[in-house]
Design a protein around this ligand. Structure first.
Ligand code: APR
Ligand code: PHB
Length: 390
């Protein structure tokens, strides 16, 4: 098989890049390790920046997001028994975020790909990128016991943190930066109306809590737990008791509880790989970087990577110019580090750390006070939360 751009991974990065390329008449094939159902079964974040929404529209897959997504003009910080609203809309001159689950967005992109006859190979085992240092790269993989090869002009590694692309990068050229946080998030989804019509990020002596949502009737809630915690030890009842204790009374008392339909623990990590380009292979999205979920930047960073790479590839094919490709890594990394900083900052502000002691808690408290008292501080948070420009 031959194509122009071989894409590894059919998560949001691969699907979005693939669709933009297809719409621009640039041939591409997606090679995905899992089944479609498995990809759609993964529960991830659900807060989209306007830049991400615009790209979904550009891909031609934004209609359901506009119809069913929930635009939010603010978020709430909870501490010391009170809720404090950060007015994202006013502080940013009219910007807002869209609450729409990654699962839905992935489904919409898969539907669009099918509609436009984009080619995806699911259940492709042992995907390996080859010869990307030269100008005739190719991918190999195995499906149903048969070896396959895709000759291409570029390889886009959109294959997540555990993918094949970063593993194939020459060790001597790759540098990674990492911080692992000493806690995880225990998250549930339940068919209950959200406790608030906007998100609540809570700093509490018992640990962080987050009240998010997927719709008017479906809630997505999280509590900070120690890194080694086992999900089996958390009955629904224990979860509801714990999250209510971490919220201001008015919110805890107003919370509707019900059976969970999903429950899992995710570790928190900050990670960046540099560079994001190795000859004719690129790293995009989670393949190149991870943020802790506080602030919901993971999916949105994938979108800005795709923006830069798509523009670069289009420039290459339309104008025969390699300038965009040469600049991809530096451009993407600039925005990635800004989002890494924000995600690290918000994580540090909102969680209980085992080793920072009372001094650390006093500083957190002062910073939260500063955020709600100072328009400058709140504006800084708001402009990052709605997403820095790209
Ligand atoms: N070969 C083929 N496909 C692979 C391989 C491999 N060796 N390794 C991983 N994949 C596939 C995964 O099965 C997955 O479908 O690559 C896809 C990567 O998708 P994501 O992990 O979702 O990463 P990405 O598309 O970059 O999405 C950005 O934003 O909200 C955050 O972390 C969240 O997934 C989200 C991310
Ligand atoms: C979510 O809805 O899953 C979510 C929302 C906000 C975050 C993280 C996750 O910061």
């Amino acid at each position: 098989m031959r194509t122009q751009v071989a894409i590894i991974g059919s998560g949001p990065s691969g699907l979005l890049l693939g669709q933009l390329l297809t719409n621009a008449g640039i041939d591409n094939v997606i090679v995905e390790r899992s089944t479609k159902e498995h990809v759609l079964g993964r529960i991830r974040a659900g807060v989209l920046e306007e830049g991400m929404c615009a790209m979904l529209d550009e891909a031609g897959a934004g209609a359901r997001m506009h119809a069913e997504g929930l635009p939010h003009d603010g978020v709430n910080l909870a501490f010391d028994g009170s809720l404090h609203r950060i007015d994202l809309h006013d502080l940013t001159g009219g910007k807002r975020v869209m609450v729409y689950g990654q699962t839905e967005l992935t489904q919409d992109l898969m539907d669009k790909r099918e509609e436009t006859a984009g080619q995806t190979v699911y259940e492709a085992a042992d995907v390996v990128p080859h010869d990307f240092a030269g100008d005739k790269p190719y991918l190999t993989y195995r499906k149903d016991g048969v070896e396959h090869r895709i000759d291409c002009e570029f390889i886009a590694g959109c294959d997540g943190y555990h993918g094949a692309a970063r593993k194939a990068a020459p060790e001597a050229l790759l540098k990674t930066y990492e911080r692992v946080y000493p806690f995880g998030w225990l998250g549930i989804i339940a068919e209950v109306p959200p406790v608030n019509d906007e998100l609540i990020y809570a700093n509490h002596p018992r640990g962080f809590a987050l009240c998010s949502m997927r719709s008017q009737t479906r809630s997505r809630y999280y509590v900070q737990v120690p890194a080694e915690e086992k999900v089996e030890d958390w009955s629904d009842e224990r979860f509801w008791d714990e999250i209510r204790r971490r919220l201001p009374d008015e919110a805890g008392e107003a919370m509707t509880t019900g059976p969970s339909i999903e429950k899992s623990i995710a570790p928190l990590r900050s990670f960046v790989a540099e560079p994001l380009r190795f000859g004719r292979m690129f790293l995009v999205g989670d393949a190149g970087h991870i943020v802790p979920p506080t602030g919901a930047k993971g999916l949105n960073l994938a979108a800005s990577d795709v923006r830069y790479l798509f523009d670069a590839l289009q420039e290459f094919y339309r104008e025969k110019s390699p300038a965009g490709i040469d600049g991809y890594s530096a451009r993407a990394l600039n925005r990635i580090w800004l989002a890494e900083r924000f995600s690290w900052w918000m994580t540090t502000l909102m969680h209980r750390f085992p080793d920072t002691g009372e001094f650390g808690q006093k500083i957190q408290h002062a910073e939260l006070d500063y955020l709600v008292q100072s328009k400058a501080a709140a504006t800084s948070m708001a402009e990052n939360y709605v997403g820095l420009p790209y």
